[in-house]
Design a protein around this ligand. Structure first.
Ligand code: NAD
Ligand code: MG
Length: 388
């Protein structure tokens, strides 16, 4: 029986992880979870998973109320509470389904405590990939991806000899505005941006998919996970999101991972520690894959990818700036303070203006995150909420 801690249980990946854990109660015991601000999710989770006794919430006021309501639970609060939760709940495995920078310290803490980390929070790798890689190289903890493209590559690299792989092809749906030319993006609304054509996900990643910053992040994530040359990693446009990624072999053969766009599969793969022993049915018939389309990635249509990769090549704390500026800009767009196209320009400005640190420690990354948010916040407010 694996003891599992689920961070971000109230979100899109978190909820789907609970489905998998409920379907495999013979294999997994949920010992604890976090829910951010959505404390209304707690009663249902503790009713379904009677073993879950360790709970973390984001806000102190909720923590105070909940302590009275649930005296038999071990309750934690805020960022420090997430780290305490990981170190006290006696789990074997941590599923990190938090969104954004908030996931970095929990990922590092989990690995330092020698846990198996099932990682949906790609921002952990974008910002702290070097720290994570060093921990893994020292034998501290294990890492299994949850992001569907990376699960696909992870599977494919176990089926084909890596030296035969000529290219990694990371597929991309193109997001909500894939059928609009760039000049039509000036006045698009958050509601339209949130309507993803193939995936149902949390708000932040849905906007990142529309700008394709998400794909820039995923190329970086792939580099940290598989250490395959960036020059041989390509983005492949694929509208239907059935091919989760592919590899091109040196004899011209493509090997692809194909299934419906449903995160239950990648989550189950990670929880099962790569054993393909699924209980849920992910493919009904090959008929559902008729009419798949593929196209070339256009870097001019989606400049966010180039911005992300430039930050990655710069190294140091640049990806912490990239991530924090993007998070702040995405939330400013969702709150109607800036226009959609300003997300990219704000990220570029922050990358030029926030102090560079060549070899950042975890504390430096935390400081960089705060500086960058402050920079973006000041910039957005100085414009008096005018959209450009
Ligand atoms: P979501 O917004 O639906 O859920 C995020 C979770 O994090 C929620 O439980 C929320 O309460 C919690 N949270 C947010 N900020 C927090 C904070 N400061 N402190 C504590 N808790 C906090 O997001 P999601 O779509 O489930 O995505 C989660 C992660 O998985 C992201 O990194 C995303 O890029 C990645 N991912 C998601 C999908 C998907 O299909 N949703 C696919 C691949 C990768
Ligand atoms: Mg993905």
């Amino acid at each position: 029986m694996k003891k599992v801690l689920l961070l971000g249980a109230s979100g899109s990946i978190g909820t789907q992880t609970l489905d998998i854990l409920a379907a495999h109660k013979d294999r997994f015991e949920l010992v604890g979870f976090s829910v951010g601000k959505r404390i209304e999710k707690i009663p249902e989770i503790i009713k379904t998973f009677k073993t879950a006794k360790y709970v973390c919430v984001q806000q102190e006021a909720d923590w105070i109320d909940l302590r009275k309501k649930y005296p038999y639970l071990k309750l934690f609060c805020g960022d420090a509470g997430l780290a305490e939760l990981i170190s006290t709940c006696n789990c074997d495995m941590v599923v990190n389904a938090l969104v954004g920078f908030a996931g970095l310290v929990p990922s590092v803490t989990s690995l330092r405590l020698n846990k198996t980390l099932c990682l949906a929070n790609k921002e952990s790798l974008v910002v702290g990939g070097a720290l994570v890689r060093d921990l893994l190289a020292r034998g501290s903890g294990k890492l299994i991806p949850i992001d569907s493209e990376h699960v696909a590559i992870d599977k494919l690299l176990t089926c084909v000899p890596e030296k035969k792989v000529k290219k990694l092809l990371i597929t991309a749906s193109g997001g909500s505005f894939r059928d609009l030319p760039r000049e039509k993006l000036v006045h698009v609304t958050p509601e339209k941006a949130l309507a993803h054509p193939t995936w149902s996900m949390g708000a932040k990643i849905t906007i990142d998919s529309a700008t394709m910053m998400n794909k820039g992040f995923e190329v970086i994530e792939a580099k940290w996970l598989f250490d395959f040359p960036l020059a041989k990693t390509e983005i492949l446009m694929h509208k239907e999101s059935n091919v989760h990624s592919a590899v091109l072999l040196d004899d011209g053969t493509y090997v692809a991972d194909v299934s419906k766009p449903d995160m239950h599969g990648p989550i189950e793969y990670a929880l099962m520690e790569r054993q393909i022993d699924f209980t849920l049915k992910y493919v009904d018939s090959l008929d559902q894959f008729k009419g798949m389309h593929f196209g070339e990635f256009d870097p001019k249509r989606y400049p966010a990818v180039g911005i992300a990769l430039k930050a990655f090549r710069k190294g140091g704390n640049a990806c912490a700036v990239l991530n924090a500026a993007n998070e702040e800009a995405v939330y400013a767009f969702l709150n109607r303070k800036i226009g959609f196209l300003e997300i990219e320009s704000i990220v570029s400005k922050a990358l030029k203006n926030v102090q560079f640190i060549a070899s950042p420690s975890l504390d430096d990354l935390i400081r960089t995150d705060a500086w960058t948010r402050n920079y973006v916040h000041t910039y957005v407010e100085s414009r008096g909420g005018r959209k450009k």
